[in-house]
Design a protein around this ligand. Structure first.
Ligand SMILES: Cc1ncc(COP(=O)(O)O)c(C=O)c1O
Length: 402
């Protein structure tokens, strides 16, 4: 007898990107396709020391079942980490630890979305969020972006028209857009949250990966950090953070800060799902933060990604010229570009991805990152895991394919 799956699966397809990833095993391929941090940059010594300290100092806590909300020493460290980033008034009981920020997004979907509910996301946005919210039956609405992030005038019109359950944004170095929402637009987002009484979900796994050396070159504070400027906005804001892109995705440590009622419902759902995030991973992350290693780790990864990004952008400009256009990102892991079709060159991202694989280089075409009205000319190129010589070579191969 064929298995009868739940109706909710009818809303979701396996990603087109997955098909592309199957081709990445080809020998000699240079891949700009991943969304990963570089494993060569993991602070293995620091994590080993932290894991040892967790086992030595708190073996019971690190290896036993734990509270669903999270391991208290980690919640305290994370509250201090967020406070240091300008988020005032975040105490340990204002956050819950999640199994990666992906789980925080899933819990947001699970607790808030009923089938048919409208949710506004950026076009383009993180693919797993599109899939996750659709699994809960959301009707997704796409808000356009430009180099400064989501266009706030259009966003406000969409909120007024659709009265969404919530708005999901990646304001800082979005995946895939790499865009950084300007300070002015951040304030407008907070104001419209209050004006329309709409919950805003801020997903921020990349905000610490900025390349600027001076305060002016760095991203504006997160929506959470800016929320005191707009009275009433804090109660309408959920913020998701993650250790994945800055320390290690394998730890699966993320967190969510939000209104107490939302955290309580999310905790209840998490209890039925994975009971709690690995206590060993949480105790290790807590020891790592306590040891004060994070600032040096962040400085190191920022420097490496900044160099790789600069190199990729210079090479793209030189090798592809007017065949491609993009705004150089100021942080994160991705260059988001558009094919112009100039001089009869390829104008379709999926077509170029096929040709590029033939030439030995891979990237992800942009269309799947839209929940509606895809831009078929868009591409996402990650510079994060590719060494400098391979970046030059990979962009050279791309130029042959275009
Ligand atoms: C925008 C965004 N949000 C959330 C995640 C999930 O990250 P994690 O579950 O590892 O914290 C990712 C991972 O790629 C991402 O790009």
């Amino acid at each position: 007898m064929p298995l009868q799956f739940a109706d909710r699966l009818n809303n979701v397809e396996t990603s087109a990107i997955r098909e592309l990833f199957k081709l990445l095993g080809k020998p000699g391929i240079i891949s700009f396709a991943g969304g990963f941090p570089d494993s060569a940059m993991f602070d293995v010594d620091g994590i080993r020391e932290a894991a040892n300290a967790a086992l030595t100092e708190e073996p019971g806590g690190a290896l036993q079942y734990g509270a669903t909300e999270g391991y208290n020493p980690l919640r305290e460290q994370l509250a201090a980490f967020m406070t240091a980033k300008g988020c005032t008034g975040v105490a340990s009981d204002n956050l819950i630890v999640t199994t990666g920020s992906q789980q925080a997004l899933d819990l947001i979907g699970k607790t808030l979305i009923s089938p048919g509910d409208k949710v506004i996301v950026e076009g383009p946005t993180f693919l797993a969020t599109i899939q996750c919210f659709r699994l809960y039956g959301a009707q997704l609405i796409s808000a356009p972006i430009d180099g400064n992030g989501v266009k706030t005038d259009e966003l406000e019109q969409l909120i007024a028209e659709h009265k969404p359950k919530f708005v999901y944004l990646i304001p800082t170095f979005g995946n895939p857009s790499g865009a950084m929402l300007s300070a002015e637009r951040r304030k407008k987002v907070l104001e419209m949250a209050v004006r329309h009484q709409t919950l805003i979900v801020e997903d921020d796994p990349y905000g610490d990966l900025y390349f600027g050396q001076t305060a002016e070159d760095r991203p504006p504070p997160s929506l959470l950090a800016m929320s005191p400027l707009v009275p009433g906005s804090r109660e309408l804001l959920a913020h998701c953070g993650s250790m994945s892109k800055v320390l290690s995705p394998g730890l699966r440590v993320g967190w969510m800060i939000g209104p107490a009622e939302l955290l309580a419902k999310a905790t209840m759902c998490k209890q039925f799902s994975d009971a709690h995030t690995s206590t060993f991973a949480q105790a290790t992350a807590a020891q790592y933060l306590k040891a004060g290693r994070m600032p040096a780790t962040l400085a190191r990864v920022r420097k490496v990604y900044a160099e790789r990004c600069q190199l990729m952008c210079d090479a793209l400009r030189m090798e592809l010229g007017d065949a491609i256009e993009f705004v150089q990102p100021q942080g994160g892991l991705f260059v988001w570009a558009r094919l112009t079709g100039a001089g009869g060159k390829v104008a379709d991202g999926a077509e170029l991805a096929r040709r590029a694989i033939e030439k030995g280089v891979a990237f992800v075409p942009g269309a799947p990152f839209y929940c509606a009205n895809p831009d078929t000319a868009a591409l996402r190129l990650s510079f994060a895991t590719v060494g400098t010589d391979k970046i030059i070579e990979g962009v050279g191969r791309l130029a042959q394919a275009v």
